[in-house]
Ligand binder design. Structure first.
Ligand code: BDP
Length: 722
């Protein structure tokens, strides 16, 4: 039997291999690092001429990783193995290294060019060496070489000319970090792509090969740090057993330039240390943290440091002992400093007791602490003052704490943007915040300049993204959600890149270099976040989603144990109008911005309409720039969100037969879900707000499918990610 079936299958297998028939379905696992052979015959020929061998003279784990990636990538793209050698032996070599570890690189005397590129920057050069044409990847460190290797691969993947290369690149931000909100039981808070990648039970003995692919993907976009655990922290991860597991992950990640960080539960000295207090000014507590940190470094010699959520949403913190956030952060910073570690102390705080606008609370608590943090502390600030809404004005803390490095926190996972089944390409959201002008030091004081340290002259800088990654085969749940991981990394490296440019790169690498593919994919994705804003929270509405799980519309949520978790707190709809008055006649949150911004946001006429209801309570019959009254405009915005999704569906359908059937069908099905949910949002919100406006739906807005009662009765169970 066995022999027979072998006889039967062997020729078939050979045939499949010869025709390049994919042996495995296109499941998205390979992300943007697919390395399939270049299709365009002309480019392929040119690349094959330019690249015949990889010359690596150094001998280090990071160099080995770079070599492995170059060999895998170039071999795949060129369709022929590219050997790694130590000597330059032929025309068309890729020579990679640092002046210190490669005599060939040293002989090029690149000192001047390399001097400004720091620890992670690199040069890509086409030049001649020992009479041969070569492509050089040079850097000051092995990690720089690794990043340069990925850049060269990207040039081939996106079919750029590599004949006359002369480019350099270095990151604008020092710490480019993913925040995993992963629990030790492998559930992921606000995670919609399966369970946590970290298989704590099997660690440290079994290291899933997937950890390497995770690290490669991060390295390819310049992400150099990962916080493994949830900000709602579990002290257990700081115990010896778990530190061994953490060390195993750190060992896998290290060759890829990826450092490991942990969340530190403030009450750990009590919970796992047997102390009676966690008071940061108590010498016993300080000593406990000092010892604990030394223990961590014994396991992970290059441990990055702690991310801390304290006195926020029930988490313990220094205020439990009458101390400040700075007291808490500094205590941990002192323990970490001798080892070179940092503290990322989150500013996401709002107090149950304070009967004031939640928008103002982080600023009120943190601004007075400016200048009191240790040198190895960054305060990590969410992009907006409320909570990762589909659209928020930038957080007023940016620019307001000149003596403190402020780290950006974006959310890549789509907690408030339809979870993993809605497409929202997030680079435009990230860019909108980064490009906002704080006016902290006059015009041009953008949030990006606060974050990259250039505005207030800080060396310590960082950008964090709350990860959208889980153990789904395709990593991010939505096949196109991979673009958000990608664009976070690219923007953390260089915030001046445009959303369109990043999308173009990603599309070419993830799908194809053919125009008939690139065009439609970009068309579907580029404005997808704007579509989400329109069908969920247009004109500055915010926080009107389902209770607790945050999925779907629920503007009617009220009477809960805390007002600032309800929807009515935020939209304040009544018979006169809708919106949160944050001007001087209301909460006066606008005063937290610098004067030109405060004046703009605070003026009904000058406030950008996209933020109108964020800052103003506006009469239903107020006339907007379009000439329409507010009610009509709101209704038409909801409709336009639905229309955009339908257009996205049509455009996606043109890709049938142009891309692989697996990803085509997956996205098609998800877009159908998105269309259904867009209608749900539109109908539920408009029916509810209509009970206040008492006006008919304007022409062009479709009639709701169900009654308001129907929508209010929806009560989804087991929504993922809580
Ligand atoms: C909110 C989430 C919650 C997080 C919290 C945070 O709903 O799950 O724990 O932010 O950032 O967005 O700490």
């Amino acid at each position: 039997m066995i022999k027979l079936s072998r006889l039967f299958f062997a020729p078939l297998l050979l045939l499949l291999l010869a025709t390049g028939f994919p042996c495995r379905a296109e499941d998205g696992y390979r992300l943007w690092l697919r390395y399939d052979q270049i299709q365009d015959a002309g480019s392929l020929k040119n690349y094959r001429q330019s690249i015949k061998e990889i010359v690596l003279q150094a001998n280090s784990p990071v160099t080995e990783a770079a070599g492995q990636e170059l060999s895998r990538g170039l071999g795949g793209l060129l369709g022929t193995a590219v050997p790694i050698t130590q000597k330059l032996s032929q025309q068309g070599a890729v020579v990679a290294g640092t002046p210190a570890n490669s005599p060939l690189i040293a002989s090029l005397k690149l000192g001047d060019k390399l001097s400004s590129l720091g620890d992670e920057g690199y040069l890509l050069l086409s030049t001649r060496l020992q009479g041969k044409n070569v492509t050089v990847i040079a850097a000051n460190t092995d990690t720089g070489v690794l990043y340069g290797a990925f850049h060269l691969l990207r040039l081939l993947q996106t079919q750029q000319d590599i004949k006359n290369l002369s480019l350099s690149s270095s990151p604008k931000v020092q710490h480019r970090i993913l925040n995993h909100w992963d629990n030790l039981d492998r559930t992921v808070e606000r995670g919609y792509a399966g369970f946590s990648l970290w298989d704590w039970h099997k660690l440290p003995d079994y290291k899933d090969p997937r950890y390497v692919d995770y690290a490669r993907a991060n390295a390819s976009i310049g992400i150099n740090g990962t916080v493994l655990t949830n900000v709602n922290a579990n002290a257990l991860v700081l115990t010896e057993d778990y530190l061994k597991k953490v060390a195993a992950l750190a060992d896998v990640f290290r060759p890829w330039g990826l450092k490991v960080y942990l969340t530190a539960r403030f009450s750990a000295p009590v919970e796992i240390g047997g102390l009676e207090t966690a008071d940061p000014l108590d010498p016993k507590v300080q000593a406990w943290w000092t010892d604990k940190v030394s223990e961590i470094y014994r396991h992970v010699p290059d441990f990055g440091g702690f991310l801390v959520k304290a006195n926020s949403e029930g988490q313990p913190g220094p205020q439990n002992y009458g101390r400040t956030h700075a007291d808490g952060a500094n205590m941990m910073a002192d323990a970490l400093a001798p080892h070179g570690g940092i503290v990322m102390w989150r500013a996401f705080v709002y107090d149950n007791e304070v009967p004031d606008d939640r928008h103002k609370q982080a600023y009120n608590e943190f601004k007075p602490l400016d200048g009191t943090f240790r040198k190895n502390v960054m305060v990590q600030v969410k992009n907006g003052a409320i909570d990762f809404q589909p659209r928020e004005p930038f957080h007023p803390l940016f620019g307001a704490m000149p003596q403190t490095p402020l780290m950006m926190e974006f959310q890549i996972t789509q907690e408030y943007l339809g979870l993993a089944t809605n497409l929202a390409y997030l680079a435009p959201l990230f860019k909108e915040t980064l490009d906002s002008d704080t006016y902290a030091k006059g015009e041009g004081s953008t949030v990006a300049k606060v974050v990259d340290g250039s505005l207030h002259n800080h060396q310590l800088t960082g950008m964090a993204g709350v990860s959208n990654i889980g153990n789904d085969r395709n990593w991010t749940g939505h096949p196109l959600g991979q673009a958000n991981w990608y664009s976070f990394g690219r923007l953390a490296w260089d915030h001046s890149l445009s959303s369109a440019k990043i999308l173009d790169e990603w599309t070419r690498m993830t799908f194809s270099n053919q125009q008939q593919v690139i065009g439609p994919v970009k068309e579907v994705m580029l404005d997808s976040r704007e579509a989400v804003v329109n069908y969920m929270t247009p004109l500055g509405l915010h926080h009107i989603m389902g209770w607790s799980h945050h999925w779907g519309p629920a503007p009617w949520i009220k009477d809960k144990h805390r007002a600032d978790w309800t929807s009515v707190y935020y939209h304040r709809a009544d018979e006169q109008g809708i919106g949160f008055d944050r001007t001087a006649t209301g909460s006066n949150a606008v005063a937290q911005y610098f004067p030109p911004v405060a004046e703009k946001f605070g003026s009904l006429e000058k406030c950008p309409e996209k933020f109108l209801l964020w800052f103003h309570h506006v009469p239903w019959n107020y006339r907007l720039q379009s000439g329409r009254i507010l009610w009509d405009e709101l209704a038409l915005k909801y409709q336009s969100g639905v229309d955009s999704v339908r257009q996205m569906q049509k455009t996606w359908n043109t890709l049938e037969g142009e891309i692989d059937p697996e990803r085509f069908a997956h996205v098609k099905a998800f877009l159908a879900i998105q269309e259904k949910e867009a209608r749900w949002w539109r109908d539920a919100c408009l029916l509810y707000f209509q009970t206040f406006s008492k006006r008919p739906l304007p022409e062009g807005v479709e009639k709701p499918e169900h009654t308001l009662e129907f929508y209010m009765k929806q009560d989804a169970k087991f929504v993922p990610g809580i």
